[in-house]
Design a protein around this ligand. Sequence first.
Ligand SMILES: C[S@@+](CC[C@H](N)C(=O)[O-])C[C@H]1O[C@@H](n2cnc3c(N)ncnc32)[C@H](O)[C@@H]1O
Length: 227
Amino acid sequence: MPALSTILDVGRPKHYRDDCDRIAFMYDPLVRSLSFFIGGKRGLRLIRTLVIDKMEIKPGSRVLDVCCGTGVLCAMIAEVVGAEGEVVGIDLSEKMLKRAEKRKNDNMRFCLSNAEEIPYEDGYFDCASITFGLHEMPYQVRINVLCEMHRVVKPGGKIAVLDYSYPKNGLIRWLFNIWMFVEGKTAKDFVKRDLSSMIMDAGFDSIEKSICAYDTVQIVSGVRVIC
Ligand SMILES: C[S@@+](CC[C@H](N)C(=O)[O-])C[C@H]1O[C@@H](n2cnc3c(N)ncnc32)[C@H](O)[C@@H]1O
């Protein structure tokens, strides 16, 4: 098992957006200001709490957060799993992880790693999450990442995926399309596809979907089938 806060010798895949490193220093305030229309910091915490609830995390659980960024969700999960539990955050941006390290507690570890090759054994985790990570990846990479999450979550364990959703309302859709222009090609492709089907294709069952933030965000959960 990788040691606490391991820096592995990983190469970055071609599709990886280096701008994650460049914006790491202002990522948290940027997210907070973009979320003003859903209640800012409080609204964000509520949405992240929904992700935690979907995974049905218990004290003592081992939880993986893929594409953890600055580790905000990891820190919230760490409070739920307690001292007996373990939270692992993986990301490909050293600068994001440096920020995450500042939130670190004894039950948290961070690892520089590609989400397509998670450095943990099969079934190690009770559950796993990925928030605002999949839209940054091309379609096949998203499937690979979901399959990797399936591999490292134990049978019967849950995953929760939070990401963009294409809103139906005309004005919101118009504003959202502008934002998608900023986000780029992979995000535009992401919102056109059905996230629930992707999660099912990766081998998860009992799919549940919630929509929030004026239909611009979806949280989809699934269970790894017990064979
Ligand atoms: C938009 S940020 C989301 C951060 C955090 N999960 C959140 O909800 O605020 C996307 C993160 O995904 C990471 N990422 C993108 N592709 C990745 C990959 N293949 N493996 C690991 N991390 C990746 C980026 O480095 C970045 O930190």
